[in-house]
Design a protein around this ligand. Structure first.
Ligand SMILES: [Ca+2]
Length: 265
C-alpha cells in the first residue's frame, strides 16, 4: 500500500510489570490519514500477558473491512485474536502469551478517528502460554529490521512504500537518490535487454544460415522445392485425398484447382 508520507505510528513496546501506557492511530482523536499502516508489537515481562483496553472506529466498504484493526497472539504470523472494522468501546483484548501484534490499516477513502489503546502487563503466573515464542528474534541476513522489530525482505527498503508499519527509522527512512528498487529495475531491464539482443542476434544468424541452406539446395545440394512430401502420409496430414503421382509431386499450394465450366460440359 503506497503512502505519500510517513506517519508517526507503530513501534515496539516493552511493557513493565504493573506499568501502563498508550498508543493511537495518527492524528487521534482527529481523523487518521488515508493509506495508514501501523504495526505495534508489545512485549510483556516473564509470566505476564498484554492486557489492552481498546477504543476504535473503523469502516466498511461493500460489506468488507476497509479500515480495520487486527490483534494477533504473538507476532505477525500469530493466531488472530480479533479483526474489527466496526466500533470498539473500552473493549478488553488480551494475549495468551507475552507478545501481542496490533495492526491498524486504512485505505484511500474516507477516514474516521480510528484507534486508541491503553495497555498494561498482567501477571498470570504459571498460566502463561509458553508456546507463544518471541516473534522479534534477530532478522536474517537478507532482511531489514524495522524499528518495530518487524523483519522485512531488503527488497522492500527504499521502494516508496511504507511496509514496516512504522513511521521513522523504518524501511523508507534514510533513503537517498534513486529508490533501490528502481535502480534494480533499470539494472534488470538492461540485463534483459542484453539477453534479448543476444537471442535475436543468434536467431538472425540461424535464419540466415537456414535461408542460405535452402538457396543452396540443402544437404548434399539436392534441390529442395517443397516442405511437404507427396506421399500418402503427408497428404493425410494436409487433410487431402491421396492421389499418387510420382512423376509430378504435388505441392500443397497446388492442392486446389479450378475447372472451367466449359470443360465439364
Ligand atoms: Ca518499503
Amino acid at each position: 500500500m503506497g503512502l505519500g508520507k510517513s506517519y508517526e505510528c507503530g513501534g515496539f513496546i516493552e511493557m513493565t510489570s504493573g506499568g501502563s501506557g498508550a498508543f493511537q492511530s495518527p492524528g487521534y482523536p482527529g481523523n487518521y490519514p488515508n493509506y495508514t499502516r501501523c504495526i505495534w508489537i508489545l512485549e510483556a515481562p516473564e509470566s505476564h500477558i498484554a492486557n489492552l483496553t481498546v477504543n476504535f472506529v473503523g469502516e466498511t466498504y461493500n460489506s468488507q473491512c476497509s479500515d480495520y484493526v487486527e490483534f494477533r497472539d504473538g507476532g505477525q504470523t500469530g493466531a488472530i485474536i480479533q479483526t474489527n472494522c466496526g466500533t470498539m468501546t473500552s473493549e478488553t483484548v488480551t494475549s495468551t502469551g507475552r507478545w501481542m501484534y496490533v495492526f491498524f490499516h486504512s485505505d484511500g477513502f474516507s477516514q474516521v478517528n480510528g484507534l486508541s489503546v491503553t495497555y498494561t502487563a498482567t501477571d498470570v503466573g504459571a498460566s502463561i502460554n509458553d508456546s507463544i515464542t518471541d516473534p522479534t528474534g534477530s532478522c536474517r541476513s537478507y532482511e531489514f529490521e524495522c524499528r518495530n522489530k518487524i523483519c522485512l525482505s531488503r527488497s522492500y527498503r527504499c521502494d516508496g512504500y511504507y511496509d514496516c508499519g512504522c513511521g521513522s527509522d523504518c524501511d523508507e527512512d534514510g533513503c537517498v537518490g534513486l529508490p533501490l528498487n528502481a535502480a534494480e529495475m533499470i539494472a534488470t531491464g538492461l540485463g534483459v535487454g542484453v539477453v534479448v539482443f543476444l537471442v535475436a542476434a543468434t536467431l538472425g544468424k540461424l535464419l540466415e544460415k537456414h535461408h542460405n541452406w535452402e538457396k543452396e539446395g540443402g544437404p548434399g545440394n539436392k534441390v529442395q522445392t517443397r516442405r511437404w512430401g507427396s506421399g500418402k502420409k503427408d497428404a493425410q496430414k494436409r487433410g487431402e485425398n491421396y492421389k499418387p503421382d510420382p512423376a509430378k509431386p504435388v505441392s500443397p499450394k497446388m492442392s486446389s484447382c479450378t475447372v472451367k465450366v466449359s470443360e465439364i460440359n
